[in-house]
Design a protein around this ligand. Structure first.
Ligand code: CA
Ligand code: CA
Length: 201
């Protein structure tokens, strides 16, 4: 082996050892950020943000979203969890509710895509269509409609330019899932959600 060959392989091996030693992915460590994998089965999310279910009118018991942790991880980790959302927008009153998650002012300016995994519960029924919203610190909701949900996990990737009302990507405030009596059909059902991430694609 020539000295130059040793130098080349030596650098590769040293790099691999360093990466594994620091418990980092070998490739492109800075190109994605998992905001929430829910795998502790508890709050907060991976960046310290709170999350939960919300309801247009908590005093209206004809409509709600109930959030719980479900041992059905989107990434296939037997010890992992996803979020289970049991929604009900079947009400004589205008109905909307869902799930919120704080993003704690996360700087997303190095990324260009928001992604997550989603599926419906075949037994409970589920809407194939939901609205999500992203908000920067101005708190204006930037909506996006997700379609084609099935009872198998699918990864939804949304380019940042679909979120027209985000003006400042350097500080994100909140991610929201909305069930409403226009988009949600059937009006009661169960949706699973997992692995919210920011990435550079
Ligand atoms: Ca998970
Ligand atoms: Ca109801």
């Amino acid at each position: 082996m020539k000295m130059s060959d040793f130098g080349f392989y030596g650098i590769i091996i040293t790099t691999l050892v360093l990466c594994f030693g620091l418990n980092m992915p070998v490739s492109l460590a800075a190109d994605s950020l998992v905001v929430s994998d829910f795998d502790t089965g508890d709050k907060p999310n991976n960046i310290g943000g709170d999350f939960g279910a919300w309801d247009k009118d908590p005093n209206d018991d004809t409509q709600s979203t109930q959030m719980s942790f479900e041992p059905a991880d989107a990434m296939g980790d037997p010890a992992g969890y996803a979020i289970r959302l049991d929604y009900d927008v079947d009400s004589p009153n205008p109905a909307y509710n869902g799930f919120w998650m704080k993003l704690n002012g996360e700087d997303a300016s190095n990324y260009n895509t928001l992604s997550f995994y989603i599926k419906g519960d075949a037994a409970a029924g589920y809407t194939k269509r939901i609205k999500i919203e992203l908000k920067d610190m101005t708190n204006k909701p930037s909506p996006y409609i997700v379609t084609g949900i099935t009872d198998e996990w699918s990864k939804i990737s949304i380019p940042f330019d679909k979120f027209r009302r985000i003006t400042d990507w350097s500080a994100l405030n909140e991610f929201v899932v909305v069930f409403d009596d226009i988009n949600s059909s059937p009006k009661t059902g169960t949706i699973y959600f997992d692995q919210l991430a920011l990435s550079k694609e």
